[in-house]
Design a protein around this ligand. Structure first.
Ligand code: PAF
Length: 280
């Protein structure tokens, strides 16, 4: 596996042909390893000569707080080792000036109508999805790919990226990667490293709340169950809702459409996100 930090290096590799892209911001954990493994498997199955390419780029335009951007862990050596182990053919770590060249305005695609304004992450992190769409469309331009893998853990992001790719008429398949969990059910996240022992223990309530929701047949009852479980554990709820899995608008139970239970809750200063299919 090669680690490329300059356009000359990554373009030379990409001359081999199409790839599967796994965009990340680094600080990689077992959840990302599963996304890279999935990307490598797809590239093998489809005979894509450039294999699975993982990008590591901490994108400044999707952070609401400059301090969050600054404290985001930068661990390229460990990230590259994890990607090699998971079967990536290349890790690219572009500098900010490669992604946002000085003097060139990198366009932010028109935000898709689907999934960008249901009052979830969009409401809690204004401007976040504009930054995600900007960087993802730019990465698609820099690293032409046949498919790209995004984790289900960031469910709203997955739906936004899918809708954006469709709107851009980009011939890129967006492939979802399942959420990987710790043994006690907590979804893996780069933010888990900031949890104290007590916060870490409280965080388990998120999986328990999703399980409780899956046992309910009515969206309102499911939301009430989730809120109860989360509050009892001392978590501060940003939202705990049941929504249409694709549009993230309110779910009409008679519509026959798939539902998704989505939670964002704070343990101390750490925001934890999770979601699951609803109902069971
Ligand atoms: O999910 C992430 O890590 C980021 O939002 C992404 C998709 C790599 C864009 O910076």
């Amino acid at each position: 596996m090669i680690v490329a930090t300059s356009p000359e290096e990554w373009n030379a590799w990409l001359e081999r042909g199409a790839c599967v892209l796994v965009p990340t911001m680094g600080a990689l954990h077992a959840g990302h390893a599963a996304l890279v493994r999935l990307g490598a498997q797809l590239a093998r199955e489809r005979g894509l000569a450039a294999g699975c390419v993982a990008t590591v780029f901490v994108n400044p335009t999707q952070f609401n707080e400059k301090s969050d951007f600054e404290r985001y862990p930068r661990t390229l050596d460990a990230d590259a080792a994890l990607c090699a182990e998971a079967g990536a053919s290349m890790v690219v770590a572009p500098a900010p000036g490669h992604v946002y060249p000085p003097g060139r305005v990198v366009p932010t695609p028109a935000l898709p109508r689907v999934a960008t304004a249901p009052g979830l992450e969009d409401a809690h992190r204004p401007g976040h999805f504009a930054g995600v769409c900007q960087v993802v469309s730019r990465l698609f331009e820099m690293f032409p790919c046949a498919a790209a893998v995004f984790g289900e853990k960031d469910w709203q992001q997955l739906q936004v990226v899918r809708a954006m790719t469709h709107d851009l008429k980009a011939e890129i398949e967006i492939v979802p990667g399942a959420t990987i969990r710790e043994a006690d059910g907590l979804a893996m996240s780069s933010r888990n490293r900031f949890l104290s022992d007590a916060e870490r223990a409280a965080g388990r309530a998120i999986r328990a709340a999703l399980d409780a929701a899956r046992a309910e047949r009515d969206p309102h009852a499911a939301e009430a169950r989730m809120a109860g479980v989360l509050r009892d554990a001392g978590l501060e709820i940003d939202y705990a809702v049941v929504r249409d899995a694709e549009t993230l608008e309110r779910l009409d139970p008679g519509s026959g459409r798939s539902g998704r239970a989505l939670i964002t809750a704070r343990a101390g200063s750490v925001r934890l996100l999770d979601n699951d299919a609803w109902p069971a």
